[in-house]
Design a protein around this ligand. Structure first.
Ligand SMILES: [Zn+2]
Length: 467
C-alpha cells in the first residue's frame, strides 16, 4: 500500500490511525496524530471531516520509534575480538537499525572520535541512522573486563579507560564528560565470560565513578553479569544494570534491585543465540544472513564451523573455552532471573548488545521474542523497546506517543496486538517528523562520516602514543 506524505519534511503532517501503541498500551479507534516542527502536536479522535490531507495509516499499527538501550553501533560485530575497521559495516549498522524502526540507540562503548562523528552524522542527516546517545570509552580497572579480552588495537584506539583508584576514577569520568558523552558505562565483572576470575571495582572506587558522573549530570550504567557484580553496582548507586546475571539471582539481590528502583537491560539474545545459531547453522540460512556485510557473514561461518569441531567448549570469541553446557545454563538462569525481577516490578529495557556475533542492531524482534517466550505480554515487550528504554537512557522526550514528544514514529503492516513478529515488517519510519526513505542504500555522506570517525580515532591513538 502506498502512503501519501507531504513532499517537504518541514510541513506539518497529520496521521490518521486506528491502532497505536502509546508506550504503555494499545489505543484503538480512529485518531489523528498531528505533527508540527518534529513534535507530536495533538492526538485527537478523528472527526471524519477535515480540511487538509492526512496520511492514512488505518489497518497498520503505529508505535513510537524503537529504542535500543544497549548497542555498539560502531562495532563490525564479529565473533573474533580482533576485528579490522569496516566502513561498510558501520554504515550498514546505522542504516539498517533505523529502517528496522530503531530511531534512538544508546551506545555503550566506543572510542570518542568515532561515536562523536556518527552522532554528528545522525543529528544532521535524520535518514542516516538513529539518534545516538553515547558512553564513549568503557570505564574499568586495569586488566579488568573488557581489557582481558579486547585486542591490542582496540585498546590502543581508546575503547576503554582503566582506573586503579578513586582519583583515577574521577579523572576517567571527567574525560568522558569533557568529550560531551551522554552517560558513563562502568564495567563491573568479577568473572569473565569464560569464567576465569577478573580484577574489578571495589565498592569505593565504583562509588567514586558514580559520584563524579552524577556531579557532571551523567547517568552511570553498569556492565554486570553475576550476583557479585550486581551487588557492587547497586552499592555504588548506578542508574541501570546492563545484562542479565548468569548465576541465579538470590532473593536479597533481587530485593535490592527492586529497592533501588532502577531498570535492567538484560540483553538476552546476544547470549542465547551463541550456541543455537552455531548448532542450527544460521550462517547458511538466507533469511538470517540477509542484511549482513561480508565480514560479518564470514565471521558467522567461521564461528559455526569452529563450533562443530570445538568439542565441549565454545570456540574463539568473547567466551572462547567456556563449556557449552555452562553457556546454556547461563542463558537458562538469565531467563529465570528475568522472571524473579519481574515479580518485583523491576522495569526492563530492550538492548541488543549488537552487533556482536549472531545479534544485530536491526532485529529487535529476536530479543523481544525471548521476553515473550517466558510469558511477557505484547504490551510489556513493546514497553521495553519504547518507554522502558527511554527511561533507562533518561530521555523524557521520546518512547511514547504523547503530546510534545519527539515525532519518532514507526508503523508496520499487520496487527501487532496479536502478533509480536509483525515487528519484522516495519513499513514506515519518521524521525523527528521526517519520513525516512526505506529502500535506499547507505549514503556517501554516511560512509564519509564513518571514515572520518575511523581516521580521527587512529590519529588520536597515534597522538596518544607519541605524547
Ligand atoms: Zn555491550
Amino acid at each position: 500500500m502506498n502512503v501519501a506524505l507531504p513532499a517537504s519534511p518541514e510541513l506539518p503532517r497529520t496521521l490518521l490511525v486506528d491502532r497505536f501503541f502509546d508506550g504503555e498500551r494499545f489505543v484503538t479507534g480512529d485518531h489523528e496524530i498531528r505533527i508540527e516542527r518534529g513534535k507530536i502536536h495533538s492526538i485527537l479522535p478523528a472527526e471524519g471531516r477535515r480540511n487538509e490531507a492526512v496520511t492514512d495509516l488505518r489497518g497498520k499499527t503505529v508505535l513510537p520509534g524503537l529504542i535500543d538501550a544497549h548497542c555498539h553501533i560502531a562495532r563490525v560485530g564479529l565473533f573474533e575480538p580482533h576485528e579490522a575497521p569496516s566502513t561498510a559495516s558501520v554504515a550498514a549498522n546505522l542504516h539498517s537499525a533505523l529502517r528496522a524502526g530503531v530511531t534512538t540507540a544508546g551506545d555503550m562503548g566506543c572510542p570518542i572520535p568515532m561515536i562523536a562523528s556518527l552522532g554528528e552524522l545522525t543529528r544532521n542527516d535524520l535518514a542516516a541512522g538513529p539518534a545516538l546517545r553515547a558512553a564513549g570509552p568503557l570505564v574499568t580497572v586495569p586488566l579488568g573486563y573488557p581489557l582481558d579480552w579486547m585486542s591490542p588495537l582496540h585498546r590502543a584506539l581508546g575503547a576503554a579507560i582503566p582506573c586503579a583508584d578513586r582519583a583515577g576514577a574521577r579523572r576517567a569520568v571527567a574525560r568522558v564528560a569533557r568529550a560531551g558523552m551522554d552517560h558513563v558505562k562502568i564495567c563491573i565483572m568479577h568473572r569473565a565470560y569464560d569464567l576465569h576470575a577478573l580484577p574489578t571495582f571495589s565498592q569505593k572506587v565504583a562509588r567514586a565513578v558514580v559520584d563524579e558522573a552524577h556531579a557532571s549530570g551523567l547517568r552511570v550504567f553498569a556492565h554486570a553479569h553475576w550476583n557479585a557484580d550486581y551487588r557492587v553496582a547497586l552499592a555504588a548507586g548506578v542508574d541501570a544494570l546492563m545484562h542479565s546475571a548468569f548465576d541465579p539471582l538470590d532473593a536479597e539481590t533481587v530485593a535490592r534491585v527492586a529497592d533501588a528502583g532502577i531498570p535492567v537491560c538484560p540483553t538476552l539474545w546476544v547470549f542465547h543465540s551463541g550456541c543455537l545459531g552455531a548448532e542450527q547453522r544460521w550462517d547458511r540460512d538466507p533469511a538470517r544472513v540477509a542484511g549482513l556485510t561480508a565480514p560479518v557473514r564470514r565471521s558467522w561461518r567461521r564461528f559455526a564451523e569452529a563450533y562443530q569441531f570445538s568439542g565441549e567448549v565454545l570456540p574463539e570469541g568473547i567466551a572462547g573455552g567456556l563449556p557449552k553446557a555452562a553457556a546454556r545454563l547461563g542463558v537458562t538462569n538469565a531467563l529465570a532471573n528475568l522472571l524473579l525481577l519481574r515479580e518485583k516490578k523491576v522495569p526492563f529495557a530492550y538492548g541488543s548488545d549488537g552487533p556482536y556475533g549472531f545479534s544485530t542492531v536491526f532485529r529487535p524482534f529476536e530479543e523481544l521474542s525471548l521476553f515473550s517466550g517466558v510469558g511477557f505480554g505484547v504490551e510489556e515487550c513493546l514497553r521495553t523497546a519504547t518507554l522502558g528504554a527511554a527511561e533507562l537512557l533518561g530521555l523524557r522526550d521520546r518512547g511514547a506517543v504523547r503530546l510534545g514528544a519527539v515525532a519518532d514514529l514507526i508503523w508496520l503492516d499487520g496487527d501487532l496486538t496479536r502478533d509480536l513478529s509483525a515487528l519484522r515488517r516495519v513499513s514506515g519510519v519518521l524521525r523527528s517528523g521526517v519520513l525516512v526513505p526505506l529502500h535506499v542504500a547507505p549514503s556517501d555522506r554516511a560512509r564519509a562520516a564513518v571514515r572520518r570517525g575511523i581516521g580521527r580515532t587512529l590519529l588520536g591513538a597515534l597522538r596518544g602514543r607519541s605524547a
